[in-house]
Design a protein around this ligand. Structure first.
Ligand code: ADP
Length: 305
């Protein structure tokens, strides 16, 4: 079983020819709504990969909150541990997308930022009964810290996606088994450059030692992933799948959700990373965030194609 602690973000995406000037009102060229937030994306990805999945987090008593409950339930995710904040609304993201694909994004965390240590402690049963807990850094650090501590102490395998990247408290790091940074996060945490292939193993080794990890998995976008298993004592570079990419938003979350699901199912780390690499690739062939994760059959088919 997988438990995810994380964020809920309703994205209201406007497209325009350019950014508005100060004081200007500009006609946009398009509009789309997506349900996302790293927590939701990872939970849906894990559930679609076949894991019994629960999500812990905070939403508002509003329409967007209802949309999340519907999407999660229809994907089989247990929503009973979600806390509804009485006054703050559900988190929103307001991206502006330009013709060249560039963007500017305002996010307002709202209910996500209000999750308390007590809220997380109230979910101790599901956190400690899971096989794998996956956490990111979009919620207040106290909440992430509490969840990782409760789970780790109970022998649950813990995965951290260090996004958005920032300084990480060593006591939080001590509860992490598997760290899954992308290229930007790996570079920020080590000062080394992932674009230089020869540095990728060094990045994973440095993080594994500094954080005293069981494993470090660096995701490398269109170049695939690198896995270092410190317990098994091996490293492996996994090449990316060649797919028709249309939107890379959520690839890392599809990867992590899939990784968590496979590990909960008893797979070995390298097999789990191979399937996650296929899930991440397939998620880039579909627009959107939470709704772009593939199911297990599709990911397994890509793996054997
Ligand atoms: P994030 O979304 O966090 O930036 P990445 O861009 O590293 O994470 O993507 C996560 C994983 O998704 C990669 O390790 C890879 O397995 C897969 N992936 C991402 N982009 C592509 C792509 N263009 N082609 C194939 N696979 C991809």
């Amino acid at each position: 079983d997988v438990c995810v602690l994380g964020s809920f973000m309703k994205d209201l995406v406007a497209s325009a020819e350019r950014r508005p000037l100060p004081g200007e009102t500009l006609h946009g060229t398009g509009f789309a709504e997506f349900l996302g937030g790293k927590g939701v994306n990872q939970a849906i990805a894990a559930a679609r990969m076949g894991a019994r999945t629960a999500i812990v987090g905070t939403i508002g008593e509003d329409r967007y909150g209802e949309e999340f409950l519907e999407l999660l339930s229809s994907n089989g995710v247990d929503t009973s541990w979600i806390v509804r904040h009485p006054s703050l609304g559900t988190g929103v993201g307001l991206p502006l997308v330009l013709p060249d694909g560039g963007n500017s994004i305002i996010i307002v965390s709202r209910a996500n930022a209000a999750i308390t240590t007590a809220d997380v402690e109230a979910a101790a049963d599901v956190l400690t009964a899971s096989k794998v807990l996956s956490v990111q850094l979009e919620l207040p650090v106290d909440a992430s810290h509490t969840a990782l501590r409760l789970a780790s102490t109970a022998g649950v395998t813990t995965i951290l996606t260090p996004a958005p990247v920032g300084p990480v408290d060593p006591s939080l790091a001590s509860y992490v088994d598997i760290l899954v940074p992308n290229e930007v996060e790996a570079a920020a945490l080590t000062g080394l450059d992932c674009n230089d292939e020869s540095q990728v193993p060094m990045i994973a080794r440095e993080l594994a030692e500094d954080w005293d990890l069981r494993a470090c998995v660096v995701t490398l976008g269109a170049r695939g992933a690198f896995v270092l298993d410190r317990i098994g004592g091996f490293e492996e570079r996994i090449a990316a799948h060649d797919v028709d990419t249309v939107d890379t938003v959520g690839a890392g979350d599809a990867f992590c959700g899939s990784l968590a699901a496979s590990l909960a199912d008893g797979a070995g780390l390298v097999d789990a990373v191979r399937l996650a690499n296929a899930a991440g690739a397939l998620s880039t062939t579909v627009n959107g965030a939470a709704d772009s994760a593939p199911d297990r059959v599709a990911a397994a088919a890509l793996l054997t194609s």
